[in-house]
Design a protein around this ligand. Structure first.
Ligand code: CAA
Ligand code: NAD
Length: 283
C-alpha cells in the first residue's frame, strides 16, 4: 500500500512517521524541499531516540526511514491508495489540493483530510469523488497521541469509512466516529477552553504561567492551555475558532483579540519561536 501525506508540518510529519513505521511506502509532500528534508531529519531523530530507549530495533528504524520518500510534486500521488492532506488550515489551500489530487490519483484512491475544523462535505465538493473523501483527524503529537476522529462527509461511502477506520487501528490509534460539524468534537471543546485562557491573560486575571499552572495542577492537564496553544500553533488555533464562529454563529467561539494580534505579529507559538511563551531554539 502506498500513501502520500501532503504538508510536511508537525502533523504531516507525525502521520508520515507512523505510516512508515507500520510498513507503508509514504511520500511526504510539501511546497519546498527544505521543509520536507527538515521534517525527515526530525523524524529520524525521534526514531533514533526510540532505538536508544529500546522501543524499536535499529532494523525497524532503518525500515521506517527507507519507507519515507521526500516529495515536492503532487504527481507522486499517482500510484497511491490514500492521500492524507495535512496542509495549513485554510479552505482555499485545501480546495486547491483536493482539486489537483482528484485529477492526479487513480479513481479508487481515498482522499482524506486532517483538517481540524473545516466541513468535510465542502472539501469533498471540490472533487468528482465525494464518496471517497473523508476526515481523518489526528491529534498532536501524532506518534504519541492515540485519538483519531473520523468524519464522514454527506456522501462518504461505507468502503472508504471502513478502510480509514482499519488503517487508524493498524496505526495503533483509537478511531472515534464524529459527525461533520465545525470543529468536530475535539476542537469544539478544546478551543473554547484555550480561547477562554487567552481572555484571562488579556484581562490580566493571572500571568500566562499561572493560568497554565491552574489547569495543570488543578485539573491534571499534561500541559496548560497556553502552552498547548503554542504547541498547536496560534495561526491554527485562530483559524479553527474562525471556522467555528462562522459555522455556529455563536459568540462563544469569537477569537480573543489578543490571539488575533499575536498571529498578525507572526507570534505563532513554538514553531515561530514565540507565542505565549518563548522557544529560543526555534527563533
Ligand atoms: N513527535 C514524536 N514524539 C514526540 C513529539 C513529537 N512531535 N513531541 C513529544 N514527543 C515525545 C517525546 O519524545 C517523549 O518521548 P519519550 O517518552 O520517549 O521521552 C514523549 O513524547 C514525552 O515528551 P516530553 O518528555 O518532552 O514531554 P511531556 O512528558 O510533557 O509530553 C506531550 C509531551 C506528549 C506533548 C504532553 O505534554 C501532552 O500530552 N500534552 C497534551 C497534548 C495534547 O493535548 N494534544 C492535543 C492537541 S489538540 C489537537 O491535536 C487537535 C487540533 O486539531 C488542534
Ligand atoms: P504546520 O504549520 O506545522 O504545517 C503546515 C505545512 O503545510 C507547512 O509545512 C506548509 O508549507 C505546508 N503547505 C502549505 N500549503 C501547502 C500545499 N499547497 N501543498 C503542500 N504543503 C503545503 O501545520 P500543522 O500544525 O501540521 O497543521 C496541518 C493541518 O493539520 C491543519 O489543517 C491543522 O488544522 C491540522 N491539525 C493540526 C493540529 C495541531 O495541533 N497543530 C492537530 C490536528 C490537526
Amino acid at each position: 500500500m502506498k500513501v502520500i501525506v501532503i504538508g510536511a508540518g508537525q502533523m504531516g510529519g507525525g502521520i508520515a512517521q507512523v505510516m512508515a513505521a507500520i510498513g507503508k511506502t509514504t511520500y511526504l509532500n510539501d511546497v519546498d524541499i527544505d521543509l520536507v528534508n527538515k521534517r525527515l531529519a526530525f523524524i529520524e531523530s525521534i526514531l533514533a531516540k526510540d532505538v536508544s530507549k529500546g522501543r524499536i530495533s535499529a532494523e525497524q528504524k532503518a525500515a521506517a526511514v527507507h519507507n519515507l520518500i521526500p516529495s515536492v510534486d503532487l504527481r507522486d500521488a499517482v500510484e497511491c491508495d490514500i492521500a492524507i492532506e495535512a496542509a495549513v488550515e485554510k479552505m482555499e489551500v485545501k480546495a486547491e489540493i483536493f482539486k489537483k489530487l482528484d485529477l492526479i490519483t487513480k479513481p479508487s484512491c481515498i482522499l482524506a483530510t486532517n483538517t481540524s475544523s473545516l466541513p468535510i462535505t465542502k472539501i469533498a465538493a471540490c472533487t468528482r469523488r465525494p464518496e471517497k473523501v473523508i476526515g481523518m483527524h489526528f491529534t498532536n503529537p501524532v506518534p504519541v497521541m492515540k485519538l483519531v476522529e473520523i468524519i464522514r462527509g454527506q456522501s462518504t461511502d461505507e468502503e472508504t469509512y471502513t478502510f480509514v477506520r482499519d488503517l487508524a487501528l493498524e496505526m495503533g490509534k483509537t478511531p472515534v466516529l464524529v459527525r461533520d460539524v465545525p470543529g468536530f468534537v475535539a476542537n469544539r471543546i478544546l478551543q473554547v477552553m484555550i480561547n477562554e485562557a487567552i481572555y484571562c491573560l488579556s484581562e490580566g486575571v493571572a500571568s500566562a504561567e499561572d493560568i497554565d499552572t491552574v489547569m495543570k495542577l488543578g485539573m491534571n492537564h499534561p500541559m496548560g492551555p497556553l502552552q498547548l496553544a503554542d504547541l498547536i500553533g496560534l495561526d491554527t488555533v485562530l483559524s479553527i475558532l474562525e471556522v467555528m464562529h462562522a459555522g455556529y454563529g455563536d459568540p462563544k467561539f469569537r477569537p480573543c483579540p489578543l490571539l488575533q494580534q499575536y498571529v498578525r505579529d507572526g507570534r505563532l507559538g513554538r514553531k515561530s519561536g514565540r507565542g505565549f511563551f518563548e522557544y529560543p531554539e526555534n527563533a
